[in-house]
Design a protein around this ligand. Structure first.
Ligand code: ADP
Ligand code: MG
Length: 238
């Protein structure tokens, strides 16, 4: 668990500014959903938090420390993407343990942590299988397993469910929420899907063209939208 503070963070690509000073304070263990139309800057903001993209201005604090210049591996953050490429020639267990192996951890340690993550994700019966032998939902859970074994302080999700069909998406939403309840970890979850945001978030950050339009609980955004954009975006069916 970790608190996070994003303070006036911006991003410019050359002369084009795509994030215009975004501030969000996230307490320990909160599930924050970053929502907004395609191209509004959700992935860019998440990648800056992860350290995959340098920030142009502002500060990112994790657990009381500025992490602006820390490389991703030193940030105690794990990211789950939409395209969760698994290694096809490695088993589920090997896929989940690979990052730990690269870090030089002992086999006993890796086995223990993979086992624990597999228990949390109901993947124990599948540890010896290969990705092609799994369903889409199981593959997505392996991708989450790779994040969990690293025991991060913060989880970042970038539209992790957008490649799944509607039924599986609803099921995986519940699984991710359950995961958050069990791990009590701070999570930032990016989606362009209003329903996903409304059903999953403790708090929602509505982004538009690289600016925050409103931050609040799903109920607050629904009852008291700050402007017509938020009202339209939250109120319209996906
Ligand atoms: P979202 O994830 O909300 O769809 P992105 O963060 O991917 O949005 O993109 C935000 C804006 O930044 C878009 O206008 C996009 O074209 C632009 N952008 C993203 N990456 C780059 C890049 N490497 N160079 C230039 N512009 C970029
Ligand atoms: Mg994106």
């Amino acid at each position: 668990m970790a608190s996070m503070n994003i303070v006036n963070v911006g991003k410019a690509y050359g002369s084009l500014t795509v994030i215009h000073g975004v501030s969000v304070e996230i307490p320990d263990g909160e599930f924050v959903v970053l929502v907004g139309p395609s191209g509004c800057g959700k992935s860019t903001l998440l990648r800056m938090v992860a350290g995959l993209e340098p920030i142009s201005f502002g500060d990112i604090w994790i657990d009381g420390k500025v992490v602006n210049d820390l490389p991703p591996k030193d940030r105690d953050i794990a990211m789950v993407f939409q395209s969760y490429a698994l290694y096809p020639h490695k088993t589920v267990a090997e896929n989940m343990g690979f990052a730990l192996k690269m870090r030089g951890e002992t086999k006993a340690d890796i086995d223990r942590r993979v086992r624990k993550a597999a228990e949390i994700l109901d993947l124990v019966p599948y540890l010896a299988r290969y990705p092609r032998q799994l369903s889409g939902g199981q593959r997505q859970r392996v991708a989450m397993g790779r994040a969990i074994v690293r025991d991060p302080k913060v989880f970042l999700f970038d539209e992790p469910l957008s490649n799944l069909d509607a039924k599986l998406r609803v099921q995986m939403r519940a699984e991710i929420k359950e995961l958050q309840r069990r791990l009590a970890t701070t999570m930032i979850y990016v989606t362009h899907d209003q329903v996903e945001a409304m059903t999953m978030a403790d708090r929602i950050v509505v982004l538009r063209d690289g600016r925050v339009e409103q931050i609040g609980s799903p109920l607050t955004l629904y009852d008291r939208p700050a402007n017509i954009f938020v009202a339209g975006f939250i109120g319209s069916p996906s």
